[in-house]
Design a binder for this molecule. Structure first.
Ligand SMILES: *[C@@H]1O[C@H](CO)[C@@H](O)[C@H](O)[C@H]1NC(C)=O
Ligand SMILES: *[C@@H]1O[C@H](CO)[C@@H](O)[C@H](O)[C@H]1NC(C)=O
Ligand SMILES: *[C@@H]1O[C@H](CO)[C@@H](O)[C@H](O)[C@H]1NC(C)=O
Ligand SMILES: *[C@@H]1O[C@H](CO)[C@@H](O)[C@H](O)[C@H]1NC(C)=O
Length: 489
């Protein structure tokens, strides 16, 4: 099934952009539900399954087990909706069941759609039924979270969670029974936050951080992403190979040269913050305010790049013929598709200006000659989010490394092995999460039972859109589109 042509995507843009400007368009609407997506998740038979997976994983997924105490592992990603989102697989409970989750460095909570109370099952979204896991414990604590593009609510619990060959025995996560209609697209069942616990709405230690905090578990206290590009591929399917998530080490075949690490500004560990210190368009510099006014969250869970109105306006001022969209689409800009745009971004004290390819900048065509750019104006004031949200439009151009200690984000040049995966159509990887190569015994929720942990100041019942008052930032572009299939198809 191929993507629909661009004129249809235009109606998508016009129909769906919320006044907040956050329901970002994707280049094509979701594919109808009748299309077979991924193989359905098998119901695995506990330890039998784990054992059988182990051999496979050691070969196919690079999990290192055996004598070594320390370890690293990886998870093959799926690219959903022509770069709208990137997800991987986890396994939860006993017996372990696999779920696809958005991997989001812009938030810090893990949640899964619940089997009861949601209409998501009718959308083909696999759901978690805590009754079927013998190791699940409910914490009887309400949970809610707001993202740039929606919100989710439910109850906290703990269970065994596995990913990339690692296991956390008592991982706190939310089983969610209310979700904004546009937050998930099948087969994705939830979201795994990969930020620091300081911005976790649940107060719980995120999966990755529990492993990083557990001495001697990870080879190195870091995670890394290589993300594929399909936005410029007219043949792209709804699900394509998405690249690689590494946990505990980097994979040197995916990048060349050294990793340019830049520290997270002191005390800012929450989001993966970097100061944006350089921005250029076709060789012209866009001036930036220094300090926290140019802080950026490096966010795999956001599709595009959002920045302050003044900087985005100055950026497009360097592209002749560009025009700000208005009304519902305010924040976005059009420009002549005949212009090849070369934006570069520099972070911290780095001397490297990382280019964003024209293929990523040219988000979508709204006529034969008019394009919409992948950088948009965003006002995060009044929220805990920094002024810039640097999502996949940028991250597809680098190998990105998120290092806990010393806290830093690193970028490196993608290898030809990595870039060869761009636009290379193929089956989405099957949901495989790994055997338990290393385990830690648990994470703590921040509160006792009965308390509500919430990052949202939205009034009760308001689960639509809006900025998070605190907490998380994720999945911006996935959203509008999920809802879109209902309108367009
Ligand atoms: C799991 O597999 C084992 C061995 O094949 C079998 O004896 C057991 O009955 C299975 N358990 C379930 C719940 O299917
Ligand atoms: C590293 O990446 C290469 C290329 O995708 C892959 O073949 C290899 O298995 C990966 N190894 C590890 C340890 O991640
Ligand atoms: C789980 O069990 C509880 C108590 O029996 C029940 O209220 C709930 O509906 C069950 N959940 C599902 C998904 O069946
Ligand atoms: C983009 O601009 C940078 C800085 O001006 C330059 O080094 C780089 O070669 C340019 N890339 C392309 C593809 O033109």
């Amino acid at each position: 099934m191929h993507l629909l042509p661009y004129p249809l995507a235009l109606s998508c843009l016009l129909l769906l952009l919320a006044p907040e400007g956050l329901a970002v368009p994707q280049p094509a609407p979701s594919i109808p539900r009748s299309i077979p997506l991924l193989r359905r998740r098998p119901v695995h038979n506990g330890t039998e399954w784990l054992k059988s997976q182990k051999d496979l994983l050691e070969i196919k997924y690079g999990t290192r087990t055996g004598q070594q105490k320390r370890a690293s592992g990886f998870n093959l990603l799926t690219n959903q909706g022509a770069d709208s989102s990137f997800y991987g697989s986890i396994a939860v409970g006993t017996p372990a069941i696999s779920f696809d989750v958005i991997l989001d460095t812009g938030s810090s909570d893990l949640w899964l759609a619940a089997s009861d109370g949601l209409s998501t099952s009718t959308d083909g979204i696999p759901t978690f039924d805590s009754n079927t896991s013998s190791t699940f414990t409910s914490l009887n604590t309400a949970f809610s979270i707001s993202y740039g593009s929606g919100a989710a609510r439910g109850t906290l619990g703990q269970d065994v969670v596995q990913m990339a060959g690692f296991e956390v025995r008592s991982q706190t996560f939310a089983v969610v029974n209310q979700i904004s209609s546009n937050l998930l697209t099948a087969p994705v069942s939830g979201l795994m936050g990969l930020g620091f616990s300081t911005i976790a709405s649940s107060g719980a230690t995120p999966f990755w951080e529990a492993l990083a905090n557990s001495d001697g578990t990870l080879d190195e206290p870091l995670m890394a992403f290589q993300l594929t590009r399909f936005v410029d591929d007219a043949q792209a399917q709804q699900l394509e190979p998405g690249g690689t998530f590494n946990l505990g080490s980097t994979n040197s075949s995916l990048f060349t040269g050294s990793i340019d690490y830049q520290s997270i500004p002191s005390g800012q560990e929450g989001y993966w913050i970097q100061e944006l210190t350089g921005l250029s368009v076709n060789g012209n510099t866009v001036s930036l305010t220094s300090g926290s006014a140019s802080y950026a969250a490096i966010d795999t869970g956001t599709t595009l790049v959002g920045g302050p109105t003044s900087a985005i306006s100055a950026l497009y001022a360097q592209i002749p013929g560009s025009q700000a969209l208005t009304g519902e689409n305010a924040g976005y800009y059009t420009y002549p598709c005949s212009t090849t745009v070369n934006v570069t971004m520099r972070f911290g004290s780095s001397s490297v200006a990382w280019p964003v390819s024209n293929a990523d900048f040219a988000l979508m065509k709204i006529s034969s000659s008019t394009c919409v750019g992948g950088f948009f104006a965003l006002d995060t004031s009044g929220t805990s989010a920094p002024p810039w949200i640097v999502g996949d439009t940028f991250l597809k151009n680098v190998y990105s490394v998120f290092r806990a200690n010393p806290a830093a984000v690193g970028f490196a040049t993608l290898s030809s092995t990595a870039t060869a995966m761009n636009g290379k159509n193929g089956a989405a990887p099957s949901p495989t999460v790994g055997s338990a190569a290393a385990t830690v015994s648990g994470t703590t929720a921040g509160t006792g039972s009965g308390t509500t942990r919430s990052s949202s100041t939205n009034a009760a019942g308001n689960l639509r859109g809006g900025f998070a008052a605190a907490g998380a930032w994720a999945v911006v572009a996935v959203s509008g589109l999920v809802g879109a299939s209902g309108f367009l198809l």
